[in-house]
Design a protein around this ligand. Structure first.
Ligand code: SAH
Length: 344
């Protein structure tokens, strides 16, 4: 049976006409599905019993299910989320004093091959549906209200997968999350994180979604970046910069560079200078993110000494830099650690 959430509002309206129902009924159903995140046709109480029965004969709603919930000592919650076909993704709730951030997945596994990332090692791969992305947001919102007595405040597409490789569904999910007839969240509180596919960055800039962009850079030295993120061989840093400049021109929104410092990989003065030169070409800031080991020897532990050199040199050069502490590491919920470990 068809999932009713694959229908647009227009398609729902057209369908209701064939059932001899008024178009406003379609709006009521749409509201249950996308604003209230209801997962049962039976519970759409403002529709007649007959209409609910007729719909239930034709359509299903495929909800996501929490398969495993793990709580970190720092309040981070990692959800192992089961999809209707049994595949798993992970969705993380990250609390701070004033915010709750949902870190959501866009794909099962990932089609890219960053050597330092656990998700890249997963073999099974598929894109998430629009509803599967929206459901993760609604889930974390409910958990935030339950465990932290406040609604969800921020969303980052930093879970499993590369959002730009599931472009259409990610954009549609963002529209549903931000629409007043959807979850009604502010786009300014949504960050799309990408490993950097220039053409797609430009496309996203043209959507006028008003979301923020984070770019996983990790090195501004071409050979080094090609080495640790092999897919970038197709996307030279100059093309990437051109796309980032386009992004800024179109959106006026400052770009965040995500960057891990590794001993023996990007810890020299040459690496730091390259980053300064790169970051200065577009309004941006640098987040130094703590590396979470995934058992890949080459990416030994982080170099705190080099990290401090980065901070002082970037600051001296007038580049805004922040050191991000990692959250949820004790339950493998941190960046790059999402790999269904508990399910194996
Ligand atoms: N594919 C997207 C979003 C998912 S990854 C992207 O690449 O941006 C979210 C962030 O975690 C990225 O910046 C990624 O480079 C980083 N990351 C991956 N593995 C990591 C690890 N083991 N430790 C710390 N950060 C990691």
């Amino acid at each position: 049976m068809k999932d009713i959430r694959t229908l647009s509002l227009e398609e729902l309206k057209a369908h209701f006409l064939t059932l001899g129902e008024k178009p406003f009924r379609a709006k009521q159903v749409y509201d249950w599905l996308w604003s209230k995140n209801l997962h049962s046709i039976e519970d759409m109480t403002n529709l007649s019993k007959e209409l609910r029965q007729a719909l239930a004969k034709e359509f299903i709603i495929n909800p996501i299910e929490v398969d495993l919930l793990q709580k970190s000592s720092d309040g981070t919650i990692k959800n192992g989320v089961k999809l209707h076909d049994g595949l798993l993704v992970e969705s993380v709730l990250i609390p701070t004093l004033t915010r709750t951030t949902a870190c959501v997945s866009s794909q099962v596994g990932c089609s890219l091959n960053c050597e330092f990332c656990a998700t890249a090692k997963l073999k099974r791969m598929r894109n998430l549906e629009v509803a599967e992305i929206v459901d993760q947001v609604a889930l974390i919102d409910r958990q935030s209200r339950l465990y932290h007595q406040r609604p969800l405040t921020n969303i980052v597409f930093m879970g499993m997968g590369e959002p730009m490789m599931n472009y259409k569904n990610v954009v549609e999910a963002i529209r549903k999350i931000t629409a007043p007839q959807g979850l009604g969240m502010s786009p300014r509180r949504i960050t799309v994180s990408t490993s950097g596919i220039p053409k797609m960055i430009k496309m996203l800039a043209d959507e006028e979604l008003r979301v923020k962009l984070a770019l996983s850079l990790h090195s501004a030295v071409e050979e080094t970046r090609n080495d640790i993120m092999p897919f970038t061989q197709k996307f030279p840093l100059t093309d990437l910069m051109e796309a980032l400049q386009y992004w800024y021109e179109k959106t006026g929104s400052v770009i965040t560079f995500e960057y891990c410092v590794w001993k023996g990989i990007n810890d020299t003065d040459k690496d730091i200078k390259a980053l300064i030169r790169y970051a200065r070409q577009v309004p941006s800031k640098v987040n130094l993110i703590q590396y979470n080991p995934i058992g890949e020897g080459k990416f030994d532990h982080r170099s705190i000494e080099a990290e401090q050199r980065y901070v002082s040199e970037l600051t001296k050069a007038g580049v805004t830099v922040m050191v991000r502490r990692s959250r949820g590491g004790d339950i493998d919920a941190a960046c790059g650690q999402l790999a269904n470990k508990a399910a194996e």
